[in-house]
Design a protein around this ligand. Structure first.
Ligand code: ABF
Length: 218
């Protein structure tokens, strides 16, 4: 299977995990886009979807799926999203697409986080993929200095503004042996809105598209 076929297979597998009548949290990126396409086949069975980005909201509406404001619901049964890297312990680096803040909010609310990915995303140690960090623009230099003190090499994502009007620093050179510890340390730096480590609240299930079919890790 090609990488795209693996992504699509993981997206198709996720449909089996969507209970009838629920609101579905929907992520961002090419794998999540495959999921949106699959979700449109069962749109009459769900109440609607919460989007983790403007791009996802647009695609959902394009498929005739109602987009629901997260503030108008008390609970979210399930959230389905892709990842940039994930370990067997289901800790992730996310935010390559720049939607990490809204993704982390939706993940926080969701009872169950289902990660869908192709096999290239499964890693032993997080950090080869540069860790995205969303930053309030006036704090850019301060945050960059603080991240350097933690051992990372931040670089400004050029020409990119998040849906929330902020910038992204992509942090290179990390070998993240303790993702919860680094996520917590980054959370303490004033000016960082969100860091792309999803370890304190990782995935609950990984549906991994592989050459030999879907591998489930839970
Ligand atoms: C979202 O989409 C992001 O958190 C992650 O950065 C990206 C993965 O993209 P793709 O599915 O295109 O590889 O899940």
């Amino acid at each position: 299977m090609t990488q795209d076929e693996q992504k699509r297979a993981a997206a198709q597998a996720a449909i089996q995990h969507i209970p009838a009548g629920c609101v579905v949290g929907v992520g961002t990126g090419s794998t999540a886009n495959y999921f949106i396409d699959e979700l449109s086949n069962i749109k009459h069975k769900i109440e609607g979807a919460v989007a983790s980005s403007e791009a996802t909201a647009q695609r959902l509406r394009g498929h005739g799926i109602e987009v629901i404001d997260l503030n108008s619901i008390d609970a979210l049964t399930v959230y389905v999203d892709g990842t940039d890297e994930i370990t067997e312990h289901l800790a992730m680096i996310k935010g390559g697409g720049g939607a990490l803040t809204r993704e982390k909010i939706v993940a926080a609310v969701a009872k169950k986080f289902i990660c869908i990915a192709d096999q290239s995303k499964l890693v032993q140690v997080l950090g080869k993929f540069p860790l995205p960090v969303e930053v309030i623009p006036m704090a850019r230099s301060y945050v960059a200095r603080e991240i350097t003190r933690l051992g990372g090499e931040p670089s400004l994502r050029q020409g990119f503004i998040t849906d929330n009007g902020n910038i992204i620093l992509d942090v290179h050179g990390l070998r993240i042996l303790n993702p919860v510890e680094l996520e917590t340390a980054l959370n303490q730096i004033t000016g960082i809105v969100t860091n792309g480590l999803f370890a304190k609240r990782g995935a609950d299930v990984l549906l991994l598209g592989t050459d030999t079919g879907i591998r489930t890790i839970a």
